[in-house]
Design a protein around this ligand. Sequence first.
Ligand code: TYD
Length: 208
Amino acid sequence: MSADRGLWITFEGGDGSGKTTQSRLLQEWIEATGRTVVRTREPGGTEVGVLIRDIVLHHRGDIAPRAEALLYAADRAHHVATLVEPALARGEVVIQDRYLDSSVAYQGAGRVLDATEVRDLSLWATGGALPDVTVLLDLDPAVARVRLDAVDKPFDRLEAEKADFHARVRAAFLALAETEPERFLVLDASRSVEELAAAVRARIEPLL
Ligand code: TYD
């Protein structure tokens, strides 16, 4: 990594684990240091991505598992090429909700596809790009469910999947974190918002 390349941080975790809140707090804190932050997400971080997001999250009826994996990978390929890599090349900080670990956890472990193939597909899509730090907000899906129920918005297609699916997703995220302990920061997402934000800042501060 060249000296003036930016910093790329991703947040991962199940639905309702608090990724959006934590990425927003991290953005505010980093911006206060004077760095430029690009906050983005997958799926849907670009105009093309918004169209793909609409298909994968809101299409009524089944999408074949390989087609679904390719749609997420297509979103990812365009996102990294047109938004993430240019921002990093400008020396900016990219804070991103979800990246390829979500595909491995949701499409790989959660469904019928092989996790290694799903990961390789995303790596092909992005030319092998991996974040500097990935924060995994780990939460019991039952607790996450209570949190999501408190928010007045309709379930999307994936949120409506069964509880055992979410348990498998959680286990897959934890297994991924074990294979790459240097990239991952695993946090117990049942802790308070402020405690979690402080733990994230402690991990990121030396890298700024
Ligand atoms: P998210 O944007 O976190 O949803 P919301 O903003 O509605 O809380 O994630 C959307 C859903 O997409 C989530 O259920 C996980 C799923 N997903 C995958 O299955 N594979 C992927 O590669 C990604 C990025 C997301």
